[in-house]
Write a protein that binds this ligand. Structure first.
Ligand code: ZN
Ligand code: ZN
Ligand code: FE
Length: 768
């Protein structure tokens, strides 16, 4: 008995090889009908035996192309028609439609086999790709997504490539960046001034360039290599001299370098890899995965000083794969940029800006239109945790309905922005810190690009409450309704959104810096909140942040501030002099007189103070260094904690709790003076944070009846805190919600802003 069904598939089903997949599946089952693309996704009209139709549906659900994501499948039975074959129909052009754009994807296994097979026409070709892999977001200039609108436009396909491109049964059917040696981009080698290095061999071919690069790398040279979505600085990670030289030239003394390793077996030689980490390392996104080092770890300390982890990724382009074909095992692959400036992605600019860092350039002529940094993830409690959401993830939509036309500008550090359209939220890739003109220009260019590719016009601009944020100033330039959102409310909202919560929760936001409604710098906050509103029910007791930015870059200042707060001026004098020298006593005076001081409840700053006391870290050279090294210092199990107090006051009939660490600091100083093991002190400080948080949550829950606890903020990148705090809360019967695909750090803030704005519009429709 024949039957006809009409199937509507929605989700990420365009530009990901979905139609050829449907075509091949339908024809293999001898089903008749057609498939097309339209504004709602993909429509499939199918006719055939009931059993074959069932097989079709099963495969549709279970074996769809790797880049696709099916949100919903609707099936409707229809009257039989006289179809004679199965075809791919022209796409319907519908106004107001939205094109979902795939992130850039790591090379697939089939393409890897192609480039390693001497009998394949793509043997050794560094720009091999197919429908399931290769560049996407980074090469798209505008929509609709076809070759003419990408940076591949300048490479007309040769006859054979075109045959692949037009054949629905071919793996390269409609693969827009399809190319081969004869028609596609190529690589070349240049010296540090950008002068092309000619090979001795008759043709300056791909093979010779790779061989020469490998031998220069082996000799300890530093390279700038143009990759899929930007440049990397690269050298042999096992070569101590090369790594130290790179640190020197990049003026980056401590911040860990990421490495790329030849294959998964190499990774296992140096690091512990659990199942989840293995999936992330070898999956289609290939982010940098932070792994714990194992006993076989032998790389020079300069690769990642004072850490017990290492950021590792596997080769994700044919070019990377080819580089590892000749004995090299571990390469430093760090973003190629000059101190704080955006990632380099254009040949000329890279040569201009990196010529004092790189000895050689490995360049190519497939232009990158939009640069995207490598993503960074780590696994905590068996779950993927994004730290930086960029290549391989952005601009994949977050499927969540919100009012159309909201543009959320994000915070200043680790900026991302988010916008809403057609029941999707699009979050930008990591834009870096908006501290300099170059990064700000890059940010504005990205916003414009998102407006183009998603045909988006903002109706409401949402920005952080901080009056001095670049994004706040940017918002002021436009004559569009605006909404300001408190930083930690946004943090909690981002985690609620990710966990599909829409109710009142207890939010714990532990963070570095966020502007509070009282003008203080918040960051150790307990909020009762939903998308509409928040109430600050608890926070760390205020300490003085003296000298602004300097207190962040010089953690000993926070240590002095906390010692002053704990012991008072008279008693802290000797201690401070003893620990930090005579000049520090001057600084103590400034605090005492409250000169250039602002109050802060930041958990990040508290951990900085503890790190400075325990480890003697006085200056840091990258953000979060002190607290990262403090977590790293915990090498022994210890369940003890220091004493602390929870103060309670009444403000306008509302109870406000303050966690007071004065006793903690006093006991820590005593431990320090008596020569207690650093690992024990570090663990006790962390346990104090956990114990006091659990204690306060219990009190808040008792008076409010709320059982759901949401954890967000940059401090929760700390594995020890996140895992032990959530476990402790769960043991007491709380439901604990944490981040996974959205960063807990400021990278997630724009998503939270969006849900808060959505709720605001729903409650105040007149704002627009
Ligand atoms: Zn492929
Ligand atoms: Zn070709
Ligand atoms: Fe934050």
């Amino acid at each position: 008995m024949n039957k006809r069904i009409f199937i509507k598939v929605s989700g990420i089903v365009q530009g990901v090889g979905f139609r050829p997949f449907v075509y091949n599946l339908a024809t293999s089952l001898k089903l008749k009908g057609w498939v097309n693309n339209n504004s709602e996704g993909v429509y499939i009209d199918l006719q055939g035996s009931e059993a074959d139709l069932e097989r079709f549906i099963y495969n549709l659900k279970n074996n769809a192309p790797p880049l696709s994501y099916i949100d919903n499948i609707e099936i409707e039975e229809k009257q039989l028609l006289d179809y004679t074959d199965f075809s791919i129909k022209e796409s319907e052009k519908v106004e107001q439609s939205i094109t979902l754009i795939s992130p850039d994807v790591a090379m697939c296994d089939d393409c890897k086999a192609d480039i390693l097979d001497p009998n394949n026409r793509r043997y050794g070709y560094p720009f091999t790709n197919c429908t399931n892999c290769g560049p996407r977001f980074s090469i798209i200039k505008s929509i609709p997504y076809d070759r003419d609108k990408t940076t591949m436009k300048k490479f007309p396909m040769c006859r054979i490539c075109n045959e692949e491109y037009t054949n629905p049964t071919n793996r390269r059917f409609h693969a827009q960046p399809n190319a081969c040696k004869d028609c596609g981009p190529h690589i070349w080698l240049a010296d540090h001034n950008g002068n092309v290095i000619k090979e001795d061999s008759p043709h300056c071919n791909e093979y010779a360039v790779i061989k020469q690069t490998q031998s220069f790398l082996r000799a300890g040279n530093i390279f700038a290599i143009k990759g899929l979505t930007g440049f990397h600085l690269c050298c042999d990670a096992s070569n101590f001299k090369a790594v130290s030289e790179l640190r020197e030239r990049k003026r980056r003394p401590h911040k860990p370098f990421a490495v790329m390793m030849k294959d998964i077996n190499t990774v296992k030689k140096y690091c512990n890899v659990n199942q989840k980490e293995l999936e992330l390392l070898t999956g289609i996104r290939k982010p940098i995965v932070l792994l714990e080092r194992n006993s076989g770890y032998t790389l020079p300390e300069a690769v990642a000083p004072n850490q017990n982890t290492l950021g590792v990724m596997l080769p994700y382009t044919p070019l990377h794969e080819l580089l590892f074909q000749n004995g090299l095992e571990v390469l430093i692959m760090t973003s190629a940029n000059v101190n704080g400036l955006p990632l380099e992605f254009e040949n000329e600019s890279a040569i201009r800006n990196l010529n004092s860092i790189a000895d050689y350039f490995l360049l190519h002529n497939r232009d990158i239109f939009i640069p995207v940094d490598d993503s960074v993830v780590k696994v905590i409690n068996d779950k993927e945790r994004l730290i930086r959401r960029a290549r391989g993830y952005a601009p994949e939509p977050i499927i969540q309905s919100a009012e159309d036309g909201i543009l959320c500008l994000g915070p200043n550090m680790k900026n991302t922005f988010s916008l809403s359209k057609s029941d999707y939220i699009f979050m930008s890739q990591h834009n870096g810190d908006l501290e300099n003109l170059e990064t700000y220009e890059h940010y504005k260019r990205n916003i414009n690009h998102f407006k183009t590719i998603f045909s988006f016009e903002p109706k409401l601009l949402v920005h952080d409450m901080h009056p001095e944020y670049t994004s706040t100033h940017f918002a002021e330039e436009f004559d569009i309704p605006k909404l300001e959102v408190q930083h930690h409310h946004a943090h909690i909202a981002s985690c609620m959104a990710e966990n599909k919560l829409n109710e009142t929760v207890i939010g714990i936001s532990f963070d570095g810096t966020g502007y509070g409604t009282d003008g203080a710098i918040w960051g150790g906050e307990f909020l009762i909140c939903n998308f509409k509103d928040f109430k600050r029910i608890g926070h760390l007791s205020y300490a003085n942040l003296c000298g602004g930015e300097k207190s962040i870059k010089e953690p000993y200042r926070m240590a002095i501030s906390y010692i002053y707060k704990a012991l008072g001026y008279d008693f802290s004098h000797n201690v401070v002099e003893n620990f930090f020298g005579e000049s520090a006593a001057e600084f103590l005076k400034l605090i005492h007189k409250k000169i250039n001081c602002v109050s802060t409840s930041s958990m990040g700053r508290f951990l900085d103070a503890a790190a400075s006391i325990i480890l003697g870290i006085n200056h840091i050279t990258y953000e979060g260094q002190a607290s990262i090294e403090l977590e790293t210092a915990i090498t022994k199990t210890c369940s003890e904690h220091y004493n602390y107090k929870i103060d309670q006051s009444i403000d306008n009939d509302d109870v406000i709790y303050e966690i007071n660490f004065d006793k903690t600091i006093a006991e820590l100083l005593k431990d320090k003076l008596s020569g207690t093991d650093k690992s024990i002190m570090a663990a006790k400080v962390h346990n104090t944070v956990i114990n006091s948080s659990v204690n306060l949550c219990t009190r808040i829950s008792t008076i409010t009846g709320i059982k759901k606890i949401v954890l967000s903020g940059g401090v929760f990148q700390n594995s020890y805190l996140l895992s032990n705090l959530s476990n402790a809360l769960k043991e007491l019967g709380f439901e604990v919600y944490t981040h996974s695909k959205i960063p807990s750090n400021d990278g997630g803030v724009s998503l939270g802003q969006l849900l808060i704005a959505d709720s605001y519009i729903k409650n105040n429709p007149n704002i627009l």
